[in-house]
Design a protein around this ligand. Structure first.
Ligand code: ZN
Length: 710
């Protein structure tokens, strides 16, 4: 019996073989025989995650093969508990091991290999543990404790649809018992990047990246980084003086540097990496230039850890090149253009975009300068004046967000076209899809898209987020901001109302589909983990779309029912923005600010909508009574289903009068149990009640016969 972090391995009978030692140390064993694995994750969210995939909140799995790889006390525990007899090797052990290693050899799982190589190369005592188990008829389960990862414990299974590739997909992930809350477990922190990039006329790329970093753990000699897999490393220099060893297996995105000496914690190291690629940048016939790896064109460690950047680019002078932060220098010598950029404060990513751009500067009183960069001859049939339409949305959304959230967090903005179907926002730079440079669609989505990217200057960049759990503080906020912008510019609510209805349809139909078949979508708090090979679209659906609707509900709850004023919501957002400018926020931070402005612990709202997955169904009916004095009473009954009985939401109702001259009566009904009834006293004859007016609460609702509802 072996126990590790909520997992128990029972070995009933069979044969165990110690695999060849590495550096005189046994780090792996193979077991064939009879065994059972028990697993029950410690938190409700992870148990629900197991439920989604396996219809149970604790797994019991029989196995006949178990492979263990470890750097902890596994071997001595096994030796203590089992009687080892010599009996020769396990039959076919080489083939079994080979098969198991297929799961470790894919590019996508480099994190695993990196961890194993790390403790083997450094000879450290970090308590790594990896178990791969299966019975002959089933796909394998993998259970890992990786001391170098944020949330060390992972349960994985073979990714569905991975007919050819064998790679593990994470189902559960949580901190180990001894893990400090909020600890990143990073091995190093890169404080500063100085990058010199040379781009030749044929788009060959050569880089020199100087990383100033701090070690965060004792006894480190080997360091690993991620970089575009097509990059070739030429040399690595340590502390400006010593040429050190490195290796990067072909076509992988991890490369290792051997510092040649052991560093203790808090050591300051400077590494200079010389590297190049002839396919990082590519041109197509329409003169568009593709940057194949926007995030890995320089060595990376933790993508979300901010660092200071100083960037120098050299490129042929017929190109325009834009990057992040401030352009502090620009020099043309012959046919070469050199530009120098400085991020100022630490930021998470550096990126650049280059092309044959037409420049359209936009200057408006009291606004930072904006430059629209449209590819010259990029598209044959663009809308005429597309740059004017884009500029209009950019300028209007900046002004709108300035009023809604607070001070503009940048002093200039480049808006450049990229030949990809997505948008990316960086400090002072937006890269927008060619789609939105083609024409402005009539359904409002281009306005949302452009404004979404603009609002990232506030949400995601100026106010960062802690971990993948909190990414909705960037993406849901940006999508909500995009919707709010559309509402502010769309006449008569027409476009906006349609978009909201479409979003409801998407979020609710996805849920219906998954209830019938496949598994339910995870909560917003799961972040990127909501997407799996079975539910690929869930990340954008849950984090962006459902997230935006959740913020819209919060806006509703914080609004005055009679006047509709959302002043309290705006003050709350502005306070949150001011408090977390230049910092990273977590979900709990936001809950605290909301609670403060509501004078109430608002956890219930976030438990329901961010940590939970329930969506209510309402059945409502009403009756109108008139008394002898000519007063009217409207009695509304609501039955709530599909959620726990205590699920609560104030649902807006709008009562229209027979006399159409009278303004509608607006109020809420608080639905907080399976059945509620509320009476509205009115001084004129009501004609009709609109339940959940304005598609406020994310729900399904249907009108029924009044008497039937109880
Ligand atoms: Zn976004």
């Amino acid at each position: 019996m072996l126990e590790r972090e909520n997992a128990r391995f029972e070995l009933r009978q069979g044969k165990m073989q110690l695999l060849s030692p590495v550096n005189d140390k046994t780090v792996a064993v193979l077991f064939r025989g009879e065994g059972v694995w028990h697993f029950s994750p410690p938190t409700a969210i992870e148990r629900e995650q197991l439920m989604r995939f396996y219809d149970t909140d604790s797994l019991v799995k029989s196995f006949n093969t178990l492979f263990l790889l470890f750097n902890d006390t596994t071997l001595s525990e096994l030796e203590h508990k089992l009687n080892f007899e010599s009996g020769g090797d396990i039959e076919d052990h080489a083939k079994i091991i080979d098969d198991i290693f297929d799961y470790l050899s894919d590019e996508d799982v480099n994190y695993f290999k990196s961890a194993v190589l790390k403790f083997l190369l450094d000879g450290s005592n970090d308590p790594y543990f990896y178990a791969h188990l299966y019975s002959d008829q089933s796909e394998p389960f993998i259970f890992e404790i990786n001391p170098f990862e944020y949330e060390m414990v992972r349960f994985m299974h073979r990714a569905e649809l991975a007919h050819v590739y064998k790679y593990p997909e994470i189902i559960c992930q949580y901190p180990a018992g001894e893990e400090k809350p909020g600890a990143s477990n990073d091995l190093i922190r890169i404080n500063e990047f100085e990058i010199d990039a040379k781009i030749a006329g044929n788009l060959d790329f050569a880089g020199r990246a100087q990383l100033t970093l701090t070690t965060l753990k004792e006894k480190q000699r080997w360091l690993y980084f991620n970089i575009y897999h097509g990059m070739e490393i030429d040399s690595v220099i340590l502390n400006d003086s010593i040429r050190v060893g490195f290796f990067k297996p072909e076509d992988t995105s991890v490369f290792w540097v051997d510092c040649g000496t052991y560093y203790s914690r808090d050591a300051l190291i400077k590494l200079t990496v010389f590297y190049r690629s002839d396919d990082l940048l590519e041109r197509d016939t329409r003169s568009w230039i593709y940057l194949r790896s926007p995030l890995y064109w320089y060595p990376r460690y933790n993508l979300w850890e901010p660092a200071r950047y100083r960037l120098v680019f050299q490129c042929p002078s017929d190109f325009t090149l834009v990057s992040i932060g401030d352009r502090i220098d620009s020099l043309q010598t012959g046919d070469t253009l050199t530009t120098v950029w400085d991020s100022g404060t630490p930021v998470t990513h550096a990126i650049f975009n280059l092309g044959y751009f037409d420049r359209y500067p936009v200057a408006r009183e009291g606004m930072p300068p904006v430059v629209i960069l449209k590819t010259a001859q990029g598209l044959l049939f663009r809308s005429r004046d597309i740059e004017t339409e884009i500029a209009e949305d950019i300028m209007r959304s900046i002004a709108f967000y300035q009023r809604l959230f607070g001070e503009i967090p940048f002093d200039h903005l480049y808006v450049s076209e990229i030949p990809y179907g997505l948008g990316m926002a960086f400090p002072g730079l937006l890269n927008l899809s060619w789609n939105t440079f083609y024409q402005t669609g009539i359904r409002g989505y281009d306005q949302i898209f452009r404004a979404h990217e603009v609002s990232h200057q506030w949400w995601g960049i100026e106010v960062g987020f802690n971990t993948y759990h909190d990414q909705w503080l960037s993406e849901a906020f940006a999508e909500f901001s995009g919707l709010a912008y559309l509402q502010s510019v769309s006449e008569g609510e027409y476009l906006y109302g349609d978009v909201i209805e479409e979003l409801f349809e998407l979020v609710i139909s996805n849920r219906k589909y998954i209830l019938g078949k496949g598994q339910e979508a995870g909560p917003i708090w799961l972040g990127t983990r909501t997407a799996s090979t079975r539910t690929e679209g869930d990340y954008s659906l849950v984090i962006y779309k459902k997230g935006a609707l959740v913020l819209r509900m919060l806006q509703l709850i914080m609004s005055d029912p009679a006047t509709g004023s959302d002043d309290r919501f705006r003050s709350m957002l502005q306070a949150y923005y001011q408090r977390f400018r230049g910092k990273r926020a977590g979900t709990e931070d936001f809950i605290r600010v909301v609670s403060e402005y509501m004078d109430e612990d608002m956890r219930w709202f976030f438990d329901q909508w961010v940590y939970g997955t329930d969506i209510p169904q309402y059945e409502y009916g009403y009756r109108i009574d008139e008394d002898p004095e000519g007063n009217y009473r409207l009695i509304l009954r609501v039955r709530q289903e599909g959620v726990p009985a205590a699920f609560r939401m104030p649902v807006p109702v709008e009562i229209l009068f027979e006399n159409e001259e009278l303004p509608a009566y607006r109020d809420y009904i608080l639905v907080d149990s399976a059945y509620v009834e509320q009476t509205f006293t009115l001084s004129a004859a009501p004609d009709e009640l609109i339940f959940n007016a304005g598609h406020a609460v994310l729900a399904e609702w249907d009108e029924s016969d009044f008497e039937e509802i109880r």
